[in-house]
Design a protein around this ligand. Structure first.
Ligand SMILES: [Zn+2]
Length: 162
């Protein structure tokens, strides 16, 4: 455990520490959680912290937020290696690895422009099945197109924020 990891994990009273985020993706994770952050929350971000597992990693600490299951699923899509620590009264009460969901509905967009899910006015919700965890790959249920990790990260996190 490096010094900066201790610093980030210990100081929070209630909230969430998202650790082992691939280096450079902390702001994408935050952006994905943006809808639930609300105003005035205190947030700490460590970018390029040292990690024995990953070499370099990012850490996000959000005071007063406990993510919902659907938020965790989305974090897994941009940060499949992330671990989520829920903290109450300075103690980690939940520690879990995020899991890329077996199926994703509606969040991702198929890369194939002729896919039925991209027809204008077509009410078909995009659906993808997990076909690989490392590297992360999802397959469109309708046309079979593969979405790679890089495309997924770009779709869900927007353009590189830094
Ligand atoms: Zn498709």
């Amino acid at each position: 455990m490096g010094g900066d990891e201790g610093l980030v994990v210990r100081k929070i009273r209630h909230g969430t520490v998202i650790d082992h985020i691939p280096a450079g993706r902390a702001l994408r994770v935050l952006r994905l959680l943006g809808a639930t952050l609300g105003g005035g929350r205190r947030i700490a971000i460590v970018i390029n912290a040292e990690s024995r597992k990953l070499g370099r990693k990012d850490i996000v600490k959000i005071e007063g937020l406990e993510p919902r299951v659907e938020d965790l699923d989305r974090i897994a899509l941009v940060a499949p290696t992330a671990t989520v620590n829920i903290v109450r009264d300075y103690r980690v009460v939940v520690k879990r690895k995020v899991e890329p969901p077996a199926e994703v509905r509606g969040i991702l967009r198929c890369a194939n422009p002729t896919c039925i899910t991209r027809k204008p006015g077509e009410p078909v919700t995009p659906r993808f099945r997990l076909v690989s965890r490392d590297p992360l790959e999802y397959q469109c249920v309708y046309c079979g197109s593969i979405l790679g990790e890089r495309e997924i990260v770009e779709q869900l996190g927007g353009p590189a924020p830094l």
